[in-house]
Design a protein around this ligand. Structure first.
Ligand SMILES: *Cc1c(COP(=O)(O)O)cnc(C)c1O
Length: 385
């Protein structure tokens, strides 16, 4: 349902809050499942994008696995009921305690990001009497063409192991007794809108895959990570990303061997568009060449604009007429606490309901209590009248 139709119901609630359109989430998940059906593809949800239990349950019910980046995410995924054989644990700095937690719970695999971590995993597995499985996260040196803070697959990023290092480490890899090499893992960045970047990734994977096969490694899993972007400019007309083009590209470009499964770890593209941060206009205040619209939501509820100058579509749900120029800002004592500068909105005043769209991913999970603010609650479409 379009958000403007919910304005009067939103008026009755205390703001700010995170609103989730469960119907859109379901449609998005169904669309993914439609596109992977009949292919040796498996999608894991990148839990870090949003750990809201209500969303996790929907995602689990649709048959997705969970890709976790901390021990607590693994714990949350298990609590929600993701089967342990569909949980993987990634991250460049897993502590011994976190590794042990994953081992104790016999999760499917660890995505290992350094050779030292691999040795620690092998030792811990041995001391706990467990046989674990791992995929090596490789750094393909592909530029994802996205913001530098969300680029992860370039040589100068902290993530993964380079191809040269893998070559040198093969003798060590062959020696490890307590953990099994089951796959290779990649993740080149997030909010990737230029789909040809994924083609670049496939070409790199094909090369290293051939090399490892020639060295005698038969890897049942290839994991290409996540990163598919969403349309932040126009969430109303493109609520569901183009999954078909995305999955078709991998089917066409990535050379899978028989019996292999291709894993995807999608975060933003699954949950991004189903969420909106709902807030109220507190005050209007004239500024230099603009007008400040001061909301009751700020960087404590939506950090992305302050963190990486991200754009979110701002929508006044209470009015449609008389456009005027605004700087839309939050109440926090930081100049970076601004959502949008010099944008056109209908003439807005105190009490209007403002939606910051596309906040299903990397919003609620990054909320903080800075300025000792309350953590904003979440409201779900199917709980409204
Ligand atoms: C963050 C992350 C993802 C998900 O990225 P999206 O851009 O949200 O799809 C997948 N894999 C790894 C390893 C990640 O760190």
């Amino acid at each position: 349902m379009e958000l403007t139709a919910l304005e009067s119901q939103f008026q009755e609630l205390e703001t700010p809050f995170y609103y989730y359109d469960i119907d859109l989430l379901r449609k998005t998940l169904v669309e993914v499942n439609k596109n992977i059906a009949g292919r040796p593809f498996q999608v894991h949800y990148a839990v870090k994008a949003n750990v809201n239990t209500r969303l996790l349950v929907e995602i689990k019910n649709q048959g997705f696995g969970a890709d976790c980046v901390s021990g607590n995410e693994v714990k949350r995924a298990l609590e929600v009921g993701f089967p342990k054989e569909h949980i993987v644990f990634a991250g460049v700095g897993k502590t011994d305690k976190e590794l042990q937690y994953g081992l104790e719970n016999e999760i499917f695999a660890f995505n290992v990001e350094s050779l030292q971590e691999l040795q620690v995993l092998d030792e811990l597995s041995g001391s706990m009497g467990k046989q674990s499985r791992y995929a090596l996260r490789l750094n393909p040196n592909v530029d994802a063409g996205t913001h530098e803070y969300i680029t992860t697959g370039k040589r100068d990023n902290k993530f993964g192991i380079t191809f040269d290092e893998v070559r040198e480490a093969l003798p060590i890899i062959r020696e490890l007794k307590n953990t099994s090499f089951i796959g290779i893992h990649f993740h080149i960045g997030s909010q990737i809108s230029d789909i040809s970047k994924f083609r670049d990734l496939c070409l790199k994977i094909n090369d290293i895959h051939d090399f490892l096969a020639a060295e005698g490694f038969e890897l049942p899993h290839i994991n290409v990570g996540g990163g598919l972007g969403i349309n932040y400019e126009d969430p109303i007309n493109e609520p569901i990303p183009d999954f078909r083009t995305y999955f078709d590209l991998f089917e066409r470009e990535l050379k899978l061997r028989s019996g292999q499964t291709l894993h995807f770890e999608l975060g933003r593209s699954l949950v991004g568009q189903c969420g909106s941060l709902i807030s109220r206009v507190l005050y209007n205040k004239p500024g230099e060449g603009t007008n400040f619209l001061i909301l009751d939501a700020g960087m404590t509820e939506l950090l992305r604009p302050a963190l990486y100058k991200a754009y979110h579509y701002v929508q006044n749900l209470s009015r449609v007429d008389n456009p005027s120029t605004y700087d839309v800002v939050g109440p926090i004592c930081e100049t970076s606490d601004a959502f949008a500068r010099r944008i056109q909105l209908p003439e807005s005043s105190r009490g209007d309901i403002i939606a910051l769209r596309s906040t299903g991913a990397y919003a609620e999970v990054m909320s903080s209590r800075y300025n000792l603010r309350e953590i904003a609650p979440s409201v779900f479409s199917d709980d409204l009248k």
